[in-house]
Design a protein around this ligand. Structure first.
Ligand SMILES: NC(=O)c1ccc[n+]([C@@H]2O[C@H](COP(=O)([O-])OP(=O)(O)OC[C@H]3O[C@@H](n4cnc5c(N)ncnc54)[C@H](OP(=O)(O)O)[C@@H]3O)[C@@H](O)[C@H]2O)c1
Length: 308
């Protein structure tokens, strides 16, 4: 596939201090890009930053933030903005697995708060910086949700239903799909592409910390993080991002973008609900509507021209 040049361009990896996010960050670093890693544990983050530097990054920054809360998202956004005026790629791979129902500092069910709402909030807050690069790419790393699955909007926090891990993870995945579909519509006039890269079982810290049966299964059948990161890197580097706009890559072994086609009313509902939740918690958001970022986006002048 033909690649755009990302030498000197800026990429942010939320959850980039380990696993698939770190593997993708190293692959982008090897092309001479600048990288920002976001995660919680600073020892782990500094170690990851060293690895990314060694892979060839032009510059590496480490941001310590817990993005499972809206306050943590705001901290991450502030620190990213302090060093980057333009962002060429924003990758989401933050994950913490809990085998019991857990809640975030904002009181949200963990998968909803971390694997959905944080992504929504970061994308909305940073869309101006993504547009300012002239070709900003958002990539959600996720899993393949069963076709036809729709989140229960009456009980997104699993308060009325019995919680279990897989339905909670799948609900947050589909909310992410709806967000990417709606973003493609609302940001039609902006040079910003949002897509989903699905990965299969991968041997990473989260999975290798699970119960014995999970460790055994993933140890035997899990892919290496570098392998699972391949489509993420393709989405960030493809010369032409158009086919990936509002699309999902179901098969981690093939670059085959499939346009998302959920009921538009559902996608709008998810967007509006999420907007209310993050605004209520005080986060300033970027434009939500088509063309609204025109004032915020600097004149697009190629992938690296506006890098600080
Ligand atoms: N691994 C799989 O088999 C698999 C399968 C399907 C989908 N996925 C998807 O792939 C993505 C990456 O998974 P992975 O297995 O690579 O995960 P991982 O190895 O556990 O890495 C997760 C990263 O997220 C960071 N993180 C966790 N909680 C965070 C928080 N609250 N705020 C900021 N950073 C946080 C971690 O660093 P700290 O802990 O220091 O914060 C770490 O850098 C996830 O989106 C997941 O849904 C993975």
């Amino acid at each position: 596939m033909r690649e755009r040049s990302v030498k000197g361009a800026s990429f942010v990896f939320v959850g980039g201090s380990g696993g698939i996010g770190l593997a993708a960050a190293k692959a982008i670093a090897s092309r001479g890009a600048s990288v920002v890693l976001v995660g919680r544990d600073s020892a782990r983050g500094e170690e990851a930053a060293r690895a990314v530097r060694e892979a060839g990054a032009r510059e590496v920054a480490w941001v310590s933030a817990d993005v499972s809360s809206v306050a943590g998202v705001a901290k991450a956004v502030e620190e990213i903005r302090a060093s980057r005026r333009a962002i060429h790629g924003l990758v989401h791979s933050a994950m913490t697995v809990s085998f019991r129902r857990a809640t975030t500092a904002d009181g949200f069910e963990l998968a909803f708060g971390l694997q959905y709402l944080a992504r929504y909030a970061l994308n909305r807050a940073l869309v101006g910086e993504l547009a300012a690069s002239g070709d900003g790419r958002i990539v959600h790393i996720g899993g393949k949700a069963p076709p036809g699955l729709v989140p229960d909007f009456e009980d997104l926090q699993f308060e009325r239903r019995r919680w279990s891990l897989l339905p909670a993870l799948m609900s947050s995945q589909v909310l992410g799909y709806l967000h990417v579909q709606e973003a493609a519509k609302r940001w039609q006039g902006l040079p910003v592409t949002a897509s989903i890269a699905c990965v299969g079982m991968t041997k990473t810290e989260s999975t290798m910390r699970g119960p014995f049966w999970v460790r055994a299964l993933y140890g035997l059948a899990g892919a290496r993080p570098e392998r699972s990161a391949e489509n993420v890197v393709r989405l960030l580097t493809a010369a032409d991002a158009t086919p990936a706009r509002g699309a999902v890559l179901f098969d981690p072994k093939r670059y085959s973008p499939t346009p998302l086609s959920y009921d538009p009313a559902l996608a709008r509902r998810a967007w509006e609900l999420s907007e209310r939740l993050v605004r209520e918690r005080g986060l300033a958001l970027g434009p939500g509507r088509q063309g609204g970022a025109a004032q915020e986006a600097d004149s697009p002048a190629g992938p690296i021209a506006q890098n600080r």
